[in-house]
Design a protein around this ligand. Structure first.
Ligand code: UDP
Length: 508
């Protein structure tokens, strides 16, 4: 085992105290959308006096080492411990997890390899004081039920999604809302929501790992569901004021305690932590053509609120013709933009040439980032004015923190429900009108959203009409509430303190 095994030190929050602190063991997932907020949550708990140990395979740890090291150096009691995978035992090709993305055909063996870490992690934790007081595991790691049981400590599920989408999905399943509905595109009303009528199709909300024709995934989905039902509580990266009825609704539906602790990206906007904001989640393989300083210089030259940020997160990879159509729509909109094209080098010659030519045509008005972008830094720049997003929850929450209205373009997973949250519940978004998931399609559509639709949605969000102004006012009001939530006296701040207190060692 290679690890950063420095002794646990006292953190800022507990200096002078003689009490033993809560010790959370975080078991995150490798995907950036899960990993980044889990690590930010660990850092926030450490800020409030808990010790946090993050355990992960080396390929996962590499994505957050810089962030955790910086936090350690600032005095936070947090450690990142690597556990190598037993590739052969899991039938996983050596090093398959070090690629930018694990190939779908290796996914199941990767999850098997990670689950095999239970015994070495338990041995490590037993051998070193202080003993853990709570396991916080990504909901995708159901084997942590056995880890926590073996250690004899409680286990909390960590959700990087909002309570609204989780509650909708939970209610669709527990009330069998799609029973007897043949057509997966037929809308049904989400049952059990008291104050709002939300309509969704099975294609848009099939449940995690459901609706994909791979039997092993169904079995994993069942295992995950059992682990979620048996958790001792839930931590959400959201804030109470954003969705009080849905956070309470999920707590009631599951009969378990819910802690809303977000927006956790704000950890990096407190004194001493800002240096890590630009490198959040950036792996060793991610070498953007424009670094954070370059992006900031470019944004410095733009008018306040004038720039549209366009990104589909860490997983989604639009089809080649869709990339071209999106680019033409951005060009036609006339608005300045920063467009992140992940894995741009993986597209064929025609798309790469299109991007080069577009960049030349819109020189000075459009910046294309081919790789990992310092998203949170860009969004918090004064020049940012709107965000075209795939509706990953982290991106949505980061848009809210920055007070930016969104153009919503969901692709899969919880993204369709997050779109409903932005457009129907919060009134801060304009949809491009995607109706069906854009990955795992039986018949691939090359272009789903036309350039004219892109142009119209961008003009609507970035323009000066009355509704555009109302959207801006709403999201700015939410941004103020988000900041208040993590400050002293705020709801997320109080929940973090409660977690630290509640999971102190019993003999304190
Ligand atoms: N992100 C980033 N730079 C990129 C792409 C993504 O910093 O080029 C971050 C983004 O800020 C967010 C996370 O990666 O914190 C993506 O999570 P999200 O839930 O939005 O989408 P996912 O990648 O899980 O689909």
């Amino acid at each position: 085992m290679t690890s950063q095994e420095q002794p646990a030190t006292l953190g800022r929050g507990d200096a002078g105290s003689t009490k033993a602190a809560a010790h959370f063991v975080f078991v995150p997932l490798n995907e950036q959308g899960h990993l980044i907020p889990a690590v930010d949550t660990a850092l926030l708990l450490a800020t409030h006096g808990a010790l946090c140990t993050i355990v992960a395979p080396p390929s996962t740890a590499a994505r957050v080492r810089h962030t955790v090291d910086a936090a350690r150096h600032s005095g936070l009691p947090v450690r990142l411990v690597e556990f190598p995978l037993d590739y052969a035992a899991a039938g996983l090709p050596e090093g398959a997890d070090h690629a930018d993305r694990i190939e779908p055909r290796y996914m199941m063996s990767y999850y098997r390899a990670v689950a095999l870490l239970r015994a070495p992690i338990e041995r490590y934790l037993r051998a070193r004081a202080p003993y853990p007081t709570c396991v916080v595991s990504d909901f995708f790691n159901p084997w942590t039920t056995e880890l926590a049981a073996g250690l004899g400590v409680p286990r909390l599920s960590f959700f990087c999604m909002c309570a609204f989408s989780i509650l909708c999905q939970h209610n669709l399943e527990r009330f069998h809302a799609f029973a007897g509905v043949e057509d997966s595109n037929e809308p049904v009303v989400v049952p059990g929501l008291e104050t709002r009528r939300v309509v969704v199709t099975r294609a848009q909300a099939p449940g995690f790992l459901r609706g994909i024709p791979i039997p092993e995934w169904e079995a994993l989905a069942d295992y995950i569901e059992r682990a979620r039902a048996e958790a001792d509580g839930v931590i959400f990266n959201t804030f109470l004021e954003l969705e009080p009825e849905y956070a309470a609704g999920y707590a009631a539906a599951r009969g378990m305690k819910v802690w809303t602790v977000g927006p956790v990206s704000l950890y990096h906007q407190q004194a001493g932590a800002a240096a890590t904001l630009a490198s959040r989640g950036k792996g060793n393989n991610d070498t953007p053509a424009v670094d954070a300083a370059g992006c900031l210089r470019w944004l410095d030259g733009r008018d306040p609120g004038s720039v549209l940020y366009v990104s589909f997160g860490s997983i989604v990879q639009p089809e080649p013709k869709q990339v071209v159509e999106l680019g033409l729509g951005l060009e036609a909109s006339g608005h300045p933009f920063v467009w992140v094209v992940r894995n741009a080098g993986g597209y064929d010659e025609a798309v790469r040439a299109f991007l080069d030519e577009l960049e030349a045509r819109v020189a000075g008005r459009g910046l294309i980032v081919r790789g990992w972008a310092p998203q949170a830094v860009i969004l918090s720049h004064a020049a940012a004015g709107g965000f075209v997003t795939h509706c990953g929850w982290n991106s949505m929450l980061e848009a809210i923190v920055a007070g930016l209205p969104v153009v919503t373009w969901p692709h899969f997973a919880d993204q369709f429900l997050n779109e409903k949250m932005a457009v129907e519940v919060l009134g801060i978004g304009v949809s491009v009108g995607v109706k069906e998931p854009l990955i795992y399609q039986a018949v691939k559509k090359e272009i789903v959203v036309g350039r004219d639709v892109v142009e119209a949605a961008v003009r609507s969000v970035m323009g000066g009409g009355e509704e555009a102004e109302r959207r801006r006012r709403r999201v700015r009001a939410l941004a103020a509430k988000a900041r208040a939530a993590v400050q002293e006296g705020g709801s997320s701040h109080a929940n973090l303190l409660d977690l630290v207190k509640r999971f102190e060692p019993r003999d304190n």
